[in-house]
Ligand binder design. Structure first.
Ligand SMILES: [Mn+2]
Length: 322
């Protein structure tokens, strides 16, 4: 049995679709950094892993599972664009590691398997790149020349909105993967179109609500418990709070989960959160300009104050440098 294990966002779904076009008949499964080691326990055979950060805290557990898979004769291709855990040595995990922080996972997956998939899969790579705000790379711009850009942005917008509307519905996501892998467009699927349009209408309402309800702590703007996409909440919080950093937060099971977005490439959210969140008994990380964090409910405001100090600090440093 061949396996594809991917993150459940647009980039992960598009990466999985490209991998599935290369390895027809694979089982598609969704996971995330903190659940990867556990999820790998059910895997035997060849595996492609897409868009899942190698977790620093559970690295040895992931390594153990990959070694078991490899010892059983499974071929492993690990494709990801999150920063690698600090100090990871080459060859530490078995299999092929395709890693770059400059491109999305869909672009890396397309480039890795492009000889095995129809050329049309390039548009799935582009959709994934737009989903992760990483469509401005050399390869994606080059691939986009083969398409009508404006039409493709509609297709990717439909897909992204439908995925945002779907929450944690893994059956629908699996269906999207197989659908995209067989070279069909999001606009040709009634369910995707319906969900996307409903989400776009809801978004316009939420945008206005966030404009009213956004709260600001220094250089950080946030919205809490809006019961909506945290990532988009973070973007609108930043815009209407008029700050370089925005947070969409949600209280769940005694913890506050956050999506965090920045508008400044001078602020490295991943660096900051990996350092800061554990100090508040939480965890955090991701990319430089788009990341996530989780802290206990009672620590949230303390965390915001400290986070704001780090953002101010990094802005102050730039002013001095210039
Ligand atoms: Mn990604």
């Amino acid at each position: 049995m061949d396996w594809i294990v991917a993150h459940g966002d647009t980039d992960g779904i598009c990466s999985a679709a490209i991998a599935l076009a290369a390895f027809r008949g694979s089982r598609v499964f969704f996971s995330h950094p903190s659940g990867l080691a556990e999820d790998l326990k059910q895997v035997e055979g060849n595996i492609v892993i897409c868009d899942i950060a190698l977790p620093s805290t559970l690295l040895n557990e992931v390594k153990t599972e990959l070694e078991r898979i490899s010892a059983g004769g499974g071929r492993i291709v690990y494709i990801d664009h999150h920063p690698l855990p600090r100090g990871l040595r080459e060859g530490y995990i078995p299999g092929k590691l395709v890693s770059s922080t400059n491109s999305c996972a869909s672009e890396l997956t397309y480039m890795e398997f492009k000889d095995l998939v129809p050329a049309e899969m390039s548009r799935v790579a582009i959709c994934g790149a737009i989903g992760d705000y990483m469509d401005n790379t050399y390869e994606i711009r080059r691939l986009l020349l083969n398409w009508e850009k404006r039409s493709l942005y509609l297709e990717s917008g439909l897909l992204i909105q439908a995925i945002d509307a779907g929450g944690r519905d893994y059956e629908t996501k699996r269906r999207m993967v197989s659908f995209l892998s067989s070279n069909r467009t999001p606009s040709s699927d009634e369910e995707i179109v319906g969900k996307a349009v409903a989400e776009a209408i809801a978004e316009e309402e939420m945008r206005k609500r966030i404009k009213e309800e956004v709260r600001v702590v220094g250089r950080i703007a946030y919205v809490l418990d809006m019961n909506w996409s945290m990532g988009k909440g973070a973007v609108y919080a930043r815009v209407y709070g008029n700050t370089p950093v925005g947070i969409g937060a949600e209280t769940r099971k005694g913890r506050v989960d956050m999506s965090i977005r920045s508008s400044s490439n001078q602020i490295d959210l991943n660096e900051m959160l990996q350092e800061l969140a554990p100090k508040h008994n939480g965890s955090g990380g991701g990319h430089a300009m788009a990341a996530g964090a989780r802290v206990p409910e009672g620590k949230f405001f303390e965390f915001l104050e400290d986070f704001n100090n780090l953002v101010k600090e990094s802005e102050r440093k730039q002013t001095v440098e210039y």
